[in-house]
Write a protein that binds this ligand. Structure first.
Ligand code: NAD
Length: 243
């Protein structure tokens, strides 16, 4: 049976992941750690590590996993380019699943977005609106950015060149080549994303609403099982779900 280490175990996701592991008879909880605990001291107690923490913590755990040749599932969001490069480099030595959203529904939504962008994207103004609970610290969400990346790739655009984050004051009229992002924070919203394709005379909206963190936790646990026997590499939930 695969033994999992959960870091950030006191957090909202950490707690839900432990619940998901306890409900799953194919995996077991090897060790649960949070701030102050030493991962190096418990390397013999797990096969795969699941991390939903903060970027700086993730990068420390990643380094230890790389040295100890352990697989890792990274759910943390909000990495800068330097952090993303470290993840890419680590994946040359160990198997890594890295996904800003581990829910099956969101990953299906990414597939639908790719399809929609290819059919109507060139003729549409594309806007992404996301809402999350008041405690979320990074904006826009990693999922919104991933959705933007999928749409941009389908259209042969570079998201870093065409993204527009929030709007205020007097601006030029909207450029069709851009992809707009808007963020709302409040209450206990687990995560809602809508991508709108505004055309002349009609609008297509693709929405995903998460009502429980269990959807992300189950995805992360599924990714841990999937990692068994995989060779080193950077994998997404699209790989895990074979989408
Ligand atoms: P949270 O604040 O409830 O929990 C974070 C946990 O990480 C806490 O227990 C905290 O003590 C711990 N932590 C923070 N810094 C640490 C450090 N330096 N060393 C060790 N532990 C540290 O947050 P959350 O809502 O559980 O979200 C955690 C992360 O997961 C966020 O980046 C969030 O965006 C992301 N997330 C991803 C998905 C997904 O499907 N990929 C879904 C939900 C949340």
């Amino acid at each position: 049976m695969i033994k999992i280490a959960v870091v950030g175990s006191a957090g909202r996701m950490g707690q839900t992941i432990i619940e998901s592991i306890n409900q799953n008879d194919k995996v077991s909880l090897g060790i649960a750690l949070d701030k102050g605990d030493d991962l190096n001291a418990v390397l013999d107690q797990f096969d795969v590590l699941i991390d939903f923490t903060r970027p700086e913590a993730t990068l420390d755990y990643l380094k230890i996993c790389q040295q100890a040749e352990k697989s890792i599932v990274i759910g943390t969001t909000g990495f800068d380019d330097a952090g993303l490069e470290l993840i890419n480099n680590a994946a040359k030595n160990i198997p890594v699943v890295f996904a800003p959203n581990m829910s099956v529904g969101v990953n299906l939504t990414l597939k639908l977005l790719d399809m929609a962008a290819k059919v109507i994207g060139e003729d549409a103004d594309i806007e992404i609106v996301e809402a999350h609970h008041r405690y979320k610290v990074d904006a826009p969400s990693g999922t919104a950015l991933k959705m933007g990346e999928v749409v941009a790739n389908a259209l042969g655009r570079d998201l870093s060149q065409c993204a527009v984050y929030g709007r205020e004051g007097i601006e030029e009229p909207r450029d069709r080549q851009t992809i707009g992002f808007s963020t709302i924070r409040g209450g206990d919203v687990v995560g809602e994303h809508t991508v709108s394709f505004f055309m002349e005379g009609e609008r297509v909206e693709i929405t995903h609403k998460a009502s429980s963190r269990m959807t992300f936790a189950n995805g992360a646990v599924r990714a841990s099982s999937w990692l068994e026997g995989q060779s080193a590499g950077l994998y997404s939930m699209q790989n895990v779900l074979d989408l």
